[in-house]
Design a protein around this ligand. Sequence first.
Ligand SMILES: [Zn+2]
Length: 754
Amino acid sequence: MRLQSALLAAAALSAGVYLAQRGGLFHATPVAAQSSQANQQVTQCETLRKHGDPGTTACYERLSMSKDLAIKAEGLWGLRQYFPANDAFRDAVKARPKDANLRVRWGLLYVENSLPGDAADLFKEALDLDANNAKALYGMALVASDAFAGNAADFAEKALKADPSLVEARELLARIALEDNHPEKAVEEAKKALDTSNEALEALSILATVDWLDDKPGKEWIDRVFKINPTYAEAYATAGHFFVINRRYDEGIQYYRKALELKPDLWAARAELGVNLMRFGQNEEARTQLEQCFKANYSSPLVRNSLKLLDSIDKNVETFNTPTTILKLDKKESTLLRPYFQAELDRAMATYEKKYKFKIPGPVQLEVYPNHPDFEVRTMGLPGLGALGVTFGKVVAMDSPSGRPPGSFHWASTLWHEFSHVYVLSMTNHRVPRWFTEGLAVYEETAASPDWGDRLDPPSIMAMKDKKLLPIADLDRGFIHPTYPEQVFVSYFQGGQVIGFIVEKWGYDKVLAMIHAFGDRKDTVEAIEQELKLKPEEFDQQFLPWVEAKYKKQVEGFESWQQQLKLLSASAKAKKWDDVIKDGNAIRDLYPDFVETGNVYEFLATAYMAKDDQAKAMAELERYSTIGGRSPGALKQLADWQIQAGKKREAAATLERLNLIYLEDETAHEKLGKPYMELKNPNGAIREYQAMLAAGTIDKAGAHFGLAQAFNAANRPADALDEVYTALEAAPGFKPAQALLRELNAKQSGNVKQ
Ligand SMILES: [Zn+2]
């Protein structure tokens, strides 16, 4: 998975919005619903359900006819009649506004239906009424856990403090530990839950899952599960969840199928099955599964949005096949995107095939989404924030450059990042810790080209300054359950640095050896001990000083750089150009990676231009481009200056960089077509003039004429003739086109004579 840069995500983060909400997972409904004596009836039904008793439905039917609205709501919920249950809870809360437990139950209904926002509101209201309500605290823990938030475990601990016998809070701690890739801790928590209740089904499911993930039979645990409840399909759904978040999608799908064989109306599991089939490109069966959920009134946002996406794919997507690749593009931009995407895809695969010494069996698939919400649906239910690309086995889904603000997204870098995952996942049979595959993918971005990849960002600088980098053995936690909002970005940064450190100290072959160690089912600690001959703590003792020394200048100079940049910006606003030049040169190299809006390079270029020094202005923007600057405006300006200075080759390189960032700008393609003709690269020019047309230029005659010239130069006279006619159709009096037509005709009649 590739994230948007920290700065761009900052707005979403500060609003506390987690973009990728895990959806539709099963949560065991806690027993002992409410407090009053009426709830004995509810508890009775829950006990029947817990044991998979065939009388469960009849029990809930009785409740659903109760005159007590709260009991009626429980009955309808038990029958999975979610909408009427919701109405009944609403009425019940109106009648008993001071009942905290009632709000908690209503909230849990929302959790089951993947509506975490509404659920959290209700838990908070319950806590306002009763600050120490263990179940409300547990509810908060569930919501946080659903969003993979770092405070989930804190809430669960608080709930246990308020009520040490709250077994579901203990089970949740086991679940969180396993998500963090700490199976030993998960086992410990699950066993504690079993000490509290020997019928803790979710704890038993976690114990079975730990075994299954480790390719062990898990029989001891699953037998115990089925002895308590012969139809407890949720155990398999839990396993499905863990296989999916470990990127073992194939096996995850198998576990969801097993769950549904046992309990066909376990809708949350069916929704997950549908979504994972869709991720794998098995859209037809995905639709059937999701429609079944929808018809059963289980229409969580995950189900609704996935169905909508499937409709949109059917209507809008065009597919291009080669023997090794399947490229899926939106019809409205496929002509423009295809040549660039196919070229990068082929280049990435050829590079990785050599680097990783591995050939992917069967074709890979790349899907490109111009509509970011469509793409988000593809990533729902996975940990992470604001993803740009996601890999599902051999299927990669990513944003289109048109789906993001121009200049904010290096699409080629993202493509290479995801395809590193495709190789590493294939090579390890999906047995690779998250920190390693993410770290390697980040490393590969800048290995492909130093100006690609995320630049060193302020959150990572602050993390180094505050000593917040994680021990290597614990790095996965930073990706799955961040304890501060920027920790996910920092963990990507750290992962990339770890791989860079290994390459520098031991060589790239050790990275390959570690991939194979993970494939042999070694974990992080074992892989490091085996390949680097170090204990993980020793690794940390070497790595941390290395990375701190590498970025010492940036970390130590950060605050002063920040203050001086503010002054610089003020000087630029006041047009005090001499100050801008003096101060800009003084601070630029304190933090050279900063190329976002308000960067020193652009201030300096503006100042030099104001003083009529185009050569120096150009040199600043060249620095900006080399270090990874991405603003289309600045890059086009740079190309113009380079052309004026006779640096055609450099101008072409600048515009090629822009093509990997933003493709929608027809003027940029026109700018690149011309130097390519002069540099005797007619094929490059053909691609650019075709892109100019596909991007919707209003100068159709000019584009067709440029294309005609390029075809002529590429020795394709028939294509050239077609284009020159089209140019003249658009502009009959277009003199240079008329001249080219005469030239082509003369050439052709010459050919006929020969
Ligand atoms: Zn990734």
